[in-house]
Structures are given as structure tokens and as C-alpha cells.
Design a protein around this ligand. Structure first.
Ligand code: HAM
Length: 418
């Protein structure tokens, strides 16, 4: 039996890689313009970090983590998201003391044991952005602008921004109590998960996707009607600044997101082209998290985009040419000269390939075409006798005779013009 990729994981094949490199380079280029620097944290952490950071009652922590016992008895978990690990690193290395405007981004794989389907994997990749130390609503608006700017830089056209405020530690407890009361009596008609959450973490009921539960959920009190004055003012200012920036949004009072650390602003960007897994990115503010994980009382805000989902929304990306110059020695005596020219071209920054197999001229020309070669340098008996190469310009179907001692500089010069 052949060994196959683990369910829910996927290979990113060579023909897909250009699109992935595009998503990565757009991230690096755009985020650095906003003052963000890259951080790389480990793929696994102490289980405790995620349990405390994301929340024990969330689906991620209660059902989806890849947790394993280390040989010394400790419990480790493959990171299901990037935020908790970045917060740990910020605290551990005291980054806030060395950088007052701490703006970080990270790219890489995350792991969640969800049921695989289109756009949902067990190993998937996120582009993640986090800003620490900013309480101002201006930063909420900037983060949303950056998230949308990133989609734009990747070439994603149609999407919708949904926005909410989930209150803070002053006003949310009273709202959660209100929810708990509203759910008493009604939770019995809901799914098993909701019945449990109605008591343990009623906010999570709002996340439930089970169709039969929706009428009850629709009838529950809305968080935005129960914000304290500072949260209400903060949210109003975020909305005002988004309008100032010309960013369209839809308010969604049920948007509580699947992680417990959020306070105040939460947001998601969805696309109808993604089917059931419609959220391409999500984020929000997490002002108590750094403190909860043992650090100073530092506000934080960020978002993460799923790269697999993003890749489904990208415009088609033509494969880049595999080589600029294809070398074609036609006789054995030409072979060593071709090898040396190949080496010299590569050293000069020109991509070159040599077909050492003795196939027919026609099939090798076809191969040069398939590889996207801009020039084919031919060295046969006649060329050897003349001390030159025949250089064919594939785009113009023109051929030139170029002296051996000039061929390197000629090809270097021609390929540098694209
Ligand atoms: P999240 O909403 O759990 O937030 O994930 C962010 C994005 O990751 C989703 O919108 C989706 O595109 C992608 N994603 C999540 N799960 C999967 C999966 N199983 N397969 C494929 N893609 C997936 C977070 O992770 C937060 N840490 C975001 C954040 C950063 N909030 C503040 N800072």
C-alpha cells in the first residue's frame, strides 16, 4: 500500500508555488510599509499557553488541538493559531521595552483537527499581523485597512467586511449573564454543544452554525445594545474612522469569533466564492491577553488571513518561465563548451538550462518552448567551425550569429531587458 498525505493536509505543488510566493511577498512588502516586522515562533508550544490564551471552552481548544505527551511527561500542542505564541514571545523577550511601537507579522502553518472540506484543512497557513501597545480606535481602523489592503495587494476583488464590538471586561459579564438567563428554558431545544455552552460560555452559543438553533439565536439579546459607555464610544470612533477611510462594512452583532481573548472590536472578511468556509480573514482586539499570559497590561490587536482560502480567490497566475536561455549542443564536441557557458550564464544571474540528452533537434526546441526560454543558443558542427553560436530569439523567431567570446555578454545584455 502506498503511503499518502495525512487527511486534511495538502501538498503545495510546484505549479501552485508562484501564487503562494506572491501572497508571501505581498505580505512582506505591504506590512513593512505600515511599520511591521516579521517574527517567527515555534510550531509547537506548551499546551497550557493555548488553553489559557484561546479559552478552554472554545472549539479550538476543546476539540481541535493536536496535543501530545512529550517524553518527559509535559503536554505539547501544535499551534492552532499564531497570536498566543507571539504574545508569549513578546513577554518572554520583553519586546515591548525595546520597541515602543511593537508591530509584528508572521507567516506559517497552523494545525487544527477540523473536519476537512473545501477551504478547511488540518494543516493550513496563516498570514498573521499583531500590534501591541495601542489602545486608540485609530489602530483598530488601521488594522482593518491593512487587512483589506492585503487582500487588495493579492488581487482579491470581491469581499465583505463584517464588524462588531464584543465589549470588554466591564460590560461583557453583565451581558453574558443576560444571555445565560435568556437561554434558560430555550437551550433545551438547541444542539448538545449549545446546551453545554449555555451554562459554561454562553457567548459561544452565538457562533453556533446548526440551522435548527438559528431562530433561538436570532431572538437573543444583542451585545451592541449592552456595551458600556467607553466601549460604545470606542466602537463608534472605529466606525467613524472606517467611513473616513472609505471602507464599507456591515455590522453583525452576532460576530463573537471563535477565540475567547477578544474584547471590543472584532471583524471578519468573507467571500461568497468560498462556499461554507466563507471567512478569508478574521481578527480583533485582545486587550487583556498579554496580562493574562503573565505580561504587562498591554493592549493588543491583530488579524490572520487563511492562505488556502486566499489562494482560492486569487486571479490566475501565469507560471513564470523556467529558464531564460536554453543551450543546445548538437554534437558531442560542443558539449563541454555548452556546459561552461551554462555555468557562466548562471553565475552572471541568467537562468540557463542544458538538455544533455541526445534527442532530436525538433523535440529539444519544443522543450525550450515549454520551459518558456527566451533564447536558444545552438552549437553545432558549423558553429564550432566558425567559432560562434547561433542564438535564436524565440519571441521574435529571429536568429543571430554571435562570436564565442561575445556570447556570454550578449545573452546577459539581452536577458536583462526582460
Ligand atoms: P481565526 O478566525 O481562527 O483567527 O483564523 C483566521 C483565518 O484562518 C480564518 O479566517 C481562515 O481563513 C483561516 N483558517 C482557520 N481555520 C482554518 C482551517 N482549518 N483551514 C483553513 N483555513 C483556516 C485566528 O486564528 C486569530 N489568531 C486571528 C487574530 C490574530 N486575531 C488577532 N490576531
Amino acid at each position: 500500500m502506498r503511503v499518502q498525505a495525512v487527511r486534511g493536509t495538502r501538498d503545495i505543488l510546484p505549479h501552485e508555488v508562484a501564487a503562494w510566493q506572491g501572497m508571501e511577498s505581498s505580505a512582506r512588502e505591504l506590512f513593512s510599509r505600515y511599520g511591521y516586522r516579521e517574527i517567527r515562533t515555534p510550531l509547537f508550544e506548551e499546551t497550557e499557553l493555548f488553553a489559557r490564551g484561546i479559552g478552554k471552552e472554545t472549539d479550538i481548544v476543546s476539540k481541535e488541538m493536536y496535543t501530545f505527551a512529550d517524553r518527559d511527561g509535559g503536554s505539547l500542542t501544535l499551534r492552532p493559531e499564531a497570536t498566543a505564541g507571539i504574545v508569549r514571545a513578546v513577554i518572554e523577550h520583553n519586546l515591548i521595552n525595546t520597541d515602543a511601537a511593537l508591530k509584528l507579522y508572521a507567516l506559517g502553518p497552523m494545525f487544527r483537527r477540523e473536519r476537512p472540506q473545501k477551504g478547511r484543512y488540518r494543516q493550513f497557513h496563516q498570514v498573521d499581523v499583531e500590534a501591541f501597545g495601542f489602545a486608540s480606535p485609530a489602530v483598530d481602523a488601521e488594522i482593518v485597512e491593512l487587512a483589506l489592503g492585503y487582500l487588495d495587494a493579492c488581487g482579491v476583488k470581491s469581499h465583505q467586511l463584517v464588524l462588531n464590538s464584543v465589549g470588554d471586561r466591564n460590560c461583557r459579564p453583565a451581558y453574558v449573564e443576560l444571555l445565560r438567563q435568556a437561554l434558560r428554558g430555550r437551550a433545551a431545544q438547541m444542539c448538545g454543544d449549545c446546551q453545554r455552552r449555555a451554562e459554561t460560555n454562553p457567548l459561544r452559543v452565538l457562533d453556533c452554525k446548526v440551522p435548527q438553533d438559528q431562530p433561538v439565536i436570532e431572538s437573543l439579546p444583542r451585545i451592541t445594545d449592552h456595551l458600556c459607555a467607553p466601549c460604545r464610544e470606542h466602537f463608534a470612533e472605529v466606525c467613524r474612522q472606517l467611513e473616513l477611510l472609505g471602507i464599507a462594512y456591515r455590522l453583525e452583532p452576532r460576530l463573537v469569533r471563535g477565540l475567547d481573548y477578544y474584547v471590543r472590536t472584532t471583524f471578519e472578511v468573507t467571500s461568497d466564492q468560498l462556499g461554507a468556509q466563507s471567512s478569508v480573514l478574521g481578527g480583533g482586539r485582545y486587550d487583556g491577553l498579554v496580562n493574562d499570559l503573565g505580561g504587562p497590561d498591554l493592549p493588543g490587536i491583530g488579524f490572520a488571513a487563511g492562505m488556502e482560502r486566499l489562494s482560492l480567490l486569487l486571479p490566475p497566475c501565469p507560471p513564470p518561465p523556467r529558464c531564460q536561455v536554453f543551450l543546445l549542443p548538437l554534437v558531442d564536441a560542443a558539449h563541454d563548451r555548452a556546459l561552461l557557458l551554462q555555468r557562466d550564464l548562471r553565475a552572471a544571474g541568467v537562468s540557463a538550462m542544458l538538455d544533455p540528452e541526445g534527442r532530436s533537434f525538433k523535440s529539444r526546441m519544443k522543450q525550450a518552448d515549454k520551459l518558456g526560454a527566451r533564447f536558444v543558443a545552438i552549437l553545432g558542427q558549423d558553429e564550432l567551425a566558425r567559432g560562434s553560436w547561433s542564438v535564436r530569439d524565440m519571441a521574435r523567431s529571429a536568429q543571430e550569429d554571435v562570436a564565442e567570446e561575445r556570447v556570454l555578454s550578449y545573452l546577459k545584455e539581452k536577458t536583462s531587458h526582460g
